[in-house]
Write a protein that binds this ligand. Structure first.
Ligand code: 3H9
Length: 649
């Protein structure tokens, strides 16, 4: 069956695209649309409605075609032809109209949206700009700065906002097709709006424009495409539509061939490829309606809030009633924050609170389908919790640990049925961070793994599967490059130099600033715990230990790797720098200076060799697992794809 069909409904032609899953504008769709255009031009209906089957309007060009030569008909020419049609075309939009889908809607003479629809130009997220007239037509339809906001930030807008901006002519009350046909009938009786391409460019004062673009591109941090999108929009204001279209196309083609776009497209597909296991194919998950969370600290509260916001019931358990009240207050704080910021309605807030309870009694977990412990990182404590869970929970309940590095096989072996135990490593703040490392112990049952993946989906998290080892994927790589950064200090670099190199690379924060923010005492405690098992031959840098021994734990004590004044801005710490120089001397190391590039070559090389070890040991199944983890756990710049992608790109 053709992916594009045309049927008459009275005197209106209804053209339907049906190309699951997201109606991407593949070659077949483009050809189908061209055929539909020719047929409707020949038949001359009163008007044409363009609608999509399935869950969405066209969600963009087919990204999978981008690595191959483009096939005719090309999207820009097709859209020009649709815009030049003699009959009105009404785009009826539900789900998402993104990228080429938004551009298709702009080529139509009218647009109507379902109230839940979203529309936008997300090409920048793939290292691109719109390449089929988006930057040219949109500023000729709506306020050019608002048009730039869509193209430069890549963030879509809601149907209500699209109506307010003038991007939609109407919102559909009730049935979308019926409402679109009504609009098409109205359009057939009215003069055609002038095609956007031939409209005069709107005038925007240069200074106002530049200030707006500076604001919109402020967060680009090394990524080119937002700047390119802003420049394309400016071209569209400075030139007639046809000339601007040529400039946009040239820019699009150049960016499509760029390493940044290759990296961003890789990570787009990588994020959709991870979190799948052949073991769970055709294995239904266990029921999941109410979960238990042990521990009401920052992590436990974040996990609880995330589950409540996803519609699950949550029973929190703390060691006594005071701790339970404090944990409950943390959860209520997160939910209240979401309400105040307009992220959830009053009704959703009330319903989430109604599904929540905090207590000090494990017996309250009797009906929990899955329990996640988020208590202190200590094997003995974890085993005690699991022993209590075994007593309190129903036998089919999944028991999960949120440990970030402890041996999940050992935890599993401590209960009678180890097949029910799995690792669910959330990242802080757990209600915001998307990554969820699912740690798969040897004895785990397939349906327990399926339940963990189902939980990730319910919580709208990005699951990555990891094997059991110290630190799994995320913290194992983090520990290794942290160690390398410490070696760099002894070898001649200073903390601000390492941090500046990391920021210049595109990371949001340097490693030492990050440690100061998290608190140096956390890593110190972990190092002390591991001291007994650390091989004597291993190179060990004790600078951080000396800082902690002096009672300096980072931001919270005003001193750490840096000094913090009342403003909270990190300043170089002369005492620490003297300590570093003294440590190099004590170890007989001749200090040398490093360029930012040399620093990053060492840090990146270290991430890559640890990643290679993780792959060869089977801790991660693919390089995608590692790259997705690095991008989503530690802010590794998406536009570089990830350390493993960089090694092979
Ligand atoms: C563009 O349009 C350029 C033009 O300006 C100019 C051209 C000349 N192509 O995310 P999901 C697949 S650039 C191919 O899990 P959701 C996806 O891989 C494009 N495939 O679902 C997955 O496959 P699988 C501008 C695509 O409901 C499946 O669909 N558009 C495309 O969470 C489901 O995806 C964008 O950047 C595509 N364009 O989210 C939009 N999109 O099942 C990119 C998706 O095999 N897409 N797939 O793993 C999205 O943002 C989300 O997919 C969307 C749905 C919001 C649509």
């Amino acid at each position: 069956m053709s992916v594009v069909t045309t049927k008459m409904q009275g005197d209106i032609a209804v053209v339907t695209i049906d190309n699951p899953p997201v109606n991407a504008a593949s070659q077949a769709v483009r050809q189908g649309l061209l055929d539909a255009l020719r047929a409707t031009e020949a038949r001359q209906p009163a008007a044409v409605v363009l609608i999509c089957a399935g869950r969405s309007f066209v969600a963009g060009a087919d990204i999978r075609e981008f690595d191959k030569p483009f096939l005719e008909p090309m999207l820009p020419e097709l859209l020009n032809a649709i815009e030049a049609a003699t009959r009105p075309w009404v785009a009826a939009i539900h789900g998402t109209a993104l990228g080429g889908g938004c551009e298709l809607a702009l080529a139509c003479s009218h647009r109507i949206g379902a109230p839940t629809a979203k529309i936008g130009l997300p090409e920048v997220n793939l290292g691109l700009i719109p390449g089929a007239g988006g930057t040219v037509r949109l500023p000729r339809l709506i306020d050019p700065i608002e048009a730039a906001r869509l193209a430069v930030t890549g963030k879509p807008v809601s149907a209500a906002k699209a109506l307010e901006l003038g991007l939609f002519d109407r919102l559909a009350e009730g049935d979308l097709l019926a409402a679109a046909i009504a609009l098409a009938k109205d359009a057939a009786t009215q003069p055609r709006p002038e095609p956007l391409l031939t409209r005069a460019a709107p005038k925007v004062d240069r200074a106002t424009w530049d200030a707006a673009m500076a604001k919109l591109t402020a967060k680009a941090r090394g990524q080119d495409s937002p700047h390119e999108a802003a420049a394309a929009l400016r071209d569209a204001l400075d030139h007639d539509g046809v000339t601007a279209l040529g400039l946009e196309r040239a820019r699009f083609m150049r960016l499509k061939a760029s390493p940044q776009s290759a990296a961003l497209r890789y990570i787009f597909f990588a994020e959709r490829a991870v979190g799948k296991s052949p073991r769970t194919k055709d294995v239904p998950p266990r029921p999941l309606a109410r979960i238990g969370v042990i521990g009401g600290g920052t992590m436990g509260a974040g996990i609880a809030a995330s589950a409540l916001l996803a519609g699950l019931g949550v029973q929190m358990v703390e060691r006594d009633t005071d701790a339970a009240s404090a944990g409950a207050a943390r959860v209520e704080g997160i939910l209240g924050g979401a309400l105040n910021r307009g992220l959830i309605s009053e009704a959703k807030h009330a319903a989430a609170l109604a599904r929540f309870d905090a207590a000090s009694d494990y017996a309250t977990l009797a009906d929990a389908d899955l329990v996640i412990e988020a208590v202190f990182e200590d094997m003995a404590v974890k085993k005690q919790v699991f022993a209590a869970l075994e007593q309190a929970c129903k036998p089919e309940a999944v028991l999960a640990t949120n440990t970030s590095y402890l041996d999940v096989n050992e935890i599993a072996a401590s209960v009678t049925d180890p097949s029910r135990v799995i690792g669910l490593h959330f990242f802080s703040p757990a209600h915001i961070m998307k990554l969820l490392e699912i740690v798969v112990p040897e004895a785990v049952a397939d349906d327990v793994l399926a339940t963990a993946l189902h939980l990730a989906k319910t919580l709208r998290k990005l699951p990555v599967l990891a094997g059991v080892c110290d630190g799994f994927i995320a913290n194992r790589i983090m520990s290794s490059y942290r160690r390398e950064a410490d070696y760099l200090l002894e070898d001649g670099a200073l903390p601000h130099e390492v941090d500046a190199a990391m920021r210049a690379f595109g990371l949001p924060m340097g490693l030492f600033e990050m440690q100061d923010l998290a608190g140096l005492d956390i890593g110190w405690a972990a190092r002390k715990r591991r001291a007994a098992t650390r091989p004597a031959s291993e190179r060990y840098v004790d600078i951080a230990d000396h800082i902690c021994e002096a009672g300096h734990f980072g931001r919270k004590t005003g001193r750490g790797w840096y000094l913090y004044g009342p403003e909270g801005t990190p300043e170089r710490n002369p005492d620490v720098e003297a300590l570093i120089v003294a440590e190099s001397a004590r170890k007989g190391i001749t200090r040398q200076s490093f360029t930012a590039e040399q620093i990053m070559t060492r840090i990146l090389g270290c991430m890559q060799s640890e990643g290679a070890a993780i792959l060869s040991e089977g801790i991660a199944a693919s390089r995608e697992d590692i790259d997705v983890t690095m991008v989503n756990a530690f802010g590794f710049p998406r536009w570089r794809g990830g350390p493993m992608f960089m090694q092979t790109a």
